[in-house]
Design a binder for this molecule. Structure first.
Ligand code: NAD
Ligand code: UDX
Length: 465
């Protein structure tokens, strides 16, 4: 029976870092090394000051503090670490393609292929290769083909082990996973590889929560899970617009339908739109795959989830403009929150970026406060859109470290992220410092709207009239 003593993980990002930290914490007898080509990222993971870790997640600093230097290491020595490991996780990014065939939809598998080739070149002993990245169904076939044809006689087993953690709750999700999914080949060698990975997770995950399937089911389940979750958000967001037209209240509707145990109450929170590095990317990928098999209706069905989300973000921006007498040119608008959800410093695909872009097209002046996102990141996100020059973004958008400064002299405050601290602000003080009529646009429905109205604010909330 194969016993794993050394693990290598390629990719020290939002998934590779926290996932390996928890494996190392729970399996002190296994040496876990996370490698990356990005030297700055590895340096940050090795930083003495745990506040400088490249990923912010509640409790992650404690897990890293416990395991780092004991059996958890971060390194840029990719080849050496691969060579010594019995199991290699691939946890690199798989963003949407920005060029060529499938541009804007298909997953860019450039980095996955590079990893496969690097593993093949660096290996001189048999290895289990684990796909941790989210991949299109049947990617393992390509990975296998590369490994088996360039690996010089070394035997590889390929497993699919998608990650279901959500940012902001990564450590908790990893320590108490609803399930762990492992897909592998139905051969004696395949089963042995599956068992080796099951044994690792079994150190802290109850056996009945470790599901094993064939490789293709595992790959497709990850895309499907994200598509279904995003679909719930788009469904509730679509109905939020109907609520605004009918005096129904989306939070009341959510509570009423969520009480049905068949529906369940989670993931029914109306918002300014979902963001994050996964939902949009994975659905676009699902749409692309479906189209490539000629399944037009399937593709159209899932594409609608994205269209509704784009509509929701645009609708929020338009609402702000309309409420400010159809002109925001030269007006200061305060943004509370920039991250795509609370308790993370990740801004990828955050609704805030698109709402800001829309308002900037109308020449608004935007002032931003986010407890975990720095100015450099905010400017970077806007520059990536290539809607206007970097100078223009710098002159129209300013970032403050004090939320009260952000709100001061503004015409409107928009809540873009559901950070808990926003609820505890002195809203009277904010009101007093703003231009009148002072308006609040609560894109997350987290504030006490009645209390705000009593102070004198005009309040717009998602799915309420
Ligand atoms: P990320 O961009 O934060 O991290 C990826 C890292 O891989 C980067 O640091 C990059 O430098 C490194 N890398 C790329 N190519 C490399 C190479 N050849 N050798 C060494 N390092 C290399 O991405 P992420 O958010 O951690 O996502 C990784 C994968 O996990 C994606 O497929 C994503 O879809 C999936 N996923 C993400 C989440 C999430 O919440 N972010 C959740 C589940 C699954
Ligand atoms: C998601 C999946 O949940 C996770 O299982 C997968 O591994 C990666 O993708 P993540 O993107 O990190 O995780 O966060 P998630 O909590 O799913 O939120 C995604 C977006 O949807 C956020 O912008 C969030 O604010 C939004 N959302 C979520 C809502 O607007 N309403 C909800 O009810 C839930």
């Amino acid at each position: 029976k194969k016993k794993i003593t050394k693990i290598c993980c390629i990719g020290a990002g939002y998934v590779g870092g926290p996932t390996m930290a928890v494996i190392a914490q729970k399996c002190p007898h296994i040496q876990v090394t996370v490698v990356d080509i990005n030297q700055a990222r590895i340096d940050a993971w090795n930083d003495e000051n745990l506040e400088n870790l490249p990923v912010y997640e509640p409790d992650l600093d404690q897990v890293v503090a416990e395991a780092r230097g004991r059996n958890l290491f971060f390194s840029t020595e990719v080849d050496t670490v691969i060579k010594e490991a019995e199991m290699v996780f691939i946890s690199v990014n798989t963003p949407t393609k920005t060029y060529g065939e499938g541009k804007g939809q298909a997953a860019d598998l450039k980095w996955i292929e590079l990893c496969a080739r690097q593993i093949a070149a660096a290996s001189d002993s048999d290895k289990i290769v684990v796909e941790k990245s989210t991949l299109p169904v049947r990617t393992a076939e390509a990975v296998k083909d590369i490994l088996r044809n360039t690996g010089g006689g070394v035997k590889f087993q390929i497993l699919s082990n998608p990650e279901f953690l959500a940012e902001g709750t990564a450590v908790e999700d990893l320590q108490q996973a609803d399930r762990v999914l492992i897909g592998g080949e139905n051969s004696p060698e395949g089963k042995e590889a599956i068992q080796a990975l099951v044994d690792i997770y079994a150190h802290w995950i109850p056996r009945e929560k470790i599901l094993t399937t064939n490789v293709w089911s595992s790959e497709l389940s990850k895309l499907t899970a994200n598509a279904v979750l995003a679909q719930r958000v788009s469904s509730i967001n679509s109905l939020s617009e109907l609520c605004e037209a009918t005096e129904a209240d989306i939070d009341e509707v959510s509570r009423a339908i969520g009480a049905d145990s068949r529906i369940g109450k989670k993931f029914l929170k109306a918002s300014v739109g979902f963001g994050g590095s996964c939902f949009q990317k994975d659905i676009l990928n699902l749409v692309y795959i479906s189209r490539s098999y000629g399944l037009t209706e399937v593709a159209d069905y899932w594409e609608q989830v994205i269209k509704m989300n784009d509509h929701q973000k645009g609708r929020f921006a338009k609402k702000i403009i309309k409420s400010l007498y159809n002109t925001v040119s030269g007006k200061k608008i305060a943004f509370l929150g920039w991250a795509f959800k609370k308790d993370t410093n990740d801004t990828r695909e955050s609704a805030a970026i698109y709402v800001a872009d829309h308002l900037l097209n109308e020449k608004a002046i935007i002032s931003v406060y986010d407890p975990k996102v720095k100015e450099k990141q905010i400017q970077f996100d806007l520059n990536c859109l290539q809607t206007r020059s970097e100078e223009e973004n710098r002159s129209l958008v300013n970032v403050e470290v004090d939320p009260y400064e952000v709100c001061k002299d503004s015409h409107a405050v928009a809540i873009l992220t559901e950070w808990d601290e926003f609820k505890t602000y002195d809203w009277q003080k904010i009101y007093d410092s703003m231009l009148k009529p002072a308006q609040v646009f609560d894109g997350r429905n987290i504030l006490d709207h009645e209390a705000l109205r009593k102070i004198g604010f005009r309040v717009y909330a998602i799915g309420k009239s």
